[in-house]
Design a protein around this ligand. Structure first.
Ligand SMILES: Nc1ncnc2c1ncn2[C@@H]1O[C@H](COP(=O)(O)OP(=O)(O)O)[C@@H](O)[C@H]1O
Ligand SMILES: [Mg+2]
Length: 348
């Protein structure tokens, strides 16, 4: 059982780089918290401060209600899984998993029991005698996780653990990590720049930007109500369409919704567009004429890349489409699917 509590945590590196500028996150027991954001936004720095691998410049990090700022990494009872696995190449899988326990002076039969039980959980039992180079990428990643799990730590920390795997394996491992985390009930912090990974894994999703938290909440709540244009364009693929409102009007719009006075940008998701729809559905909604510039059929759906109202938008339609480049289409978004943002980029 463990909670992780960050209060106004900051990090200034010796060179003067302000990597984390005041972050507060409370992670409840047994929950999986995902930190997502573009490269360089401070995710790894924050994770390394929780691990005790980086000093905390200001603020506090508490584990189970106890401030750990001054406590070394080994005493924090945390296990970390990295992108590059960091397995010992000359050691068998068994020894890679047993290494940390031996270092702690655990009795041999207890180590054996734990390693074999963990190997069972991770379906590694038949690979215990192999060396890392004799394993696939997914198996190596599983060994790296096994090495973390075998210690039964209070908290798991993951730093982009799946980035080295191909897309298919990444999808499988994502499901495995989620199930495993549920099953073990270990409070976890998971760092990724991949919004899909973040959405699917998180109990608590934290969107970071330039050393600060842009938004924190349940993944679907964030998806449905992004707090800023930054979040709107980061979460969801393809991202939300954002069009500037010039003096309250949208160039060439067929029909316009009532626009909040302080709105500077209107947003709508590609999947919330109805093509060719009209009539009653348009009431109070946004209706644009779009000129198709590109069509991307991906099987289950097709993406139409269009020019509309002086900007570019993406429209998502199910399955095959007869739409071709050069077509002019009416595109409708219902009132309740529209998002408005102010001049500062914040939701209004
Ligand atoms: N050891 C370091 N010394 C100085 N600056 C660093 C160090 N590590 C990271 N940074 C800087 O801190 C910022 C955040 O980095 P990082 O936490 O690695 O971001 P992320 O993991 O989100 O990509 C970046 O500007 C990076 O260049
Ligand atoms: Mg990083």
């Amino acid at each position: 059982m463990a909670t992780v509590d960050l209060k106004d945590v900051k990090k200034v590196y010796p060179g003067g780089v302000e990597a984390v500028k005041g972050v507060s996150i409370a992670i409840p027991d047994k929950q999986l918290c995902v930190l997502v954001g573009p490269s360089g936004c401070g995710k790894s720095t924050l994770l390394r401060m929780i691990a005790g691998l980086e000093t905390i410049s200001a603020g506090t990090c508490s584990i189970d209600g106890k401030v750990v700022n001054a406590i070394g990494p080994t005493e924090r009872d945390i296990a970390m899984v990295f992108q590059n696995y960091a397995l010992y190449p000359h050691m068998k899988v068994y020894d890679n998993m047993a290494y940390g326990l031996r270092n702690r002076g655990m009795p041999k039969d207890e180590i054996d029991k734990r390693v074999r039980a963990t190997a069972q959980t991770l379906e590694l039992a038949h690979l215990l005698e192999r060396r890392p180079r004799e394993l696939s990428g997914g198996q190596r990643q599983r060994v790296a996780m096994g090495r973390a799990i075998v210690r039964s730590p209070k908290v798991f920390l993951f730093d982009e653990p799946l980035s080295n795997l191909d897309a298919k394996l990444r999808g499988q491992m994502r499901v495995e990590i989620k199930n495993l985390q549920r099953q073990l009930g270990v409070t976890s912090v998971y760092v990724t720049h991949d919004q899909l990974e973040a959405m699917t894994l998180a109990d608590v999703l934290v969107v970071m930007n330039a050393g600060l938290v842009e938004q924190l909440g349940a993944p679907l709540d964030i998806y449905e109500k992004p707090a800023s244009t930054f979040v709107a364009s980061f979460i969801g693929a393809p991202p939300m369409n954002l069009l500037p409102l010039r003096s309250g009007q949208l160039e060439g719009a067929v029909s316009l919704p009532a626009i909040p006075t302080n709105a500077a940008t209107i947003g709508f998701r590609p999947e919330d567009c109805e093509v060719g729809a009209d009539g009653a559905a348009a009431e109070g909604g946004l209706r644009l004429m779009a000129r198709v510039q590109g069509v991307e059929p991906v099987g289950a759906e097709s993406f139409l890349y269009c020019e509309a109202a002086g900007g570019r938008i993406v429209v998502r339609v199910p399955g095959r489409t007869a739409v071709a480049v050069g077509d002019q289409l009416p595109v409708l978004t219902r009132r309740e699917k529209l998002h408005f943002f102010g001049g500062d980029g914040k939701r209004v």
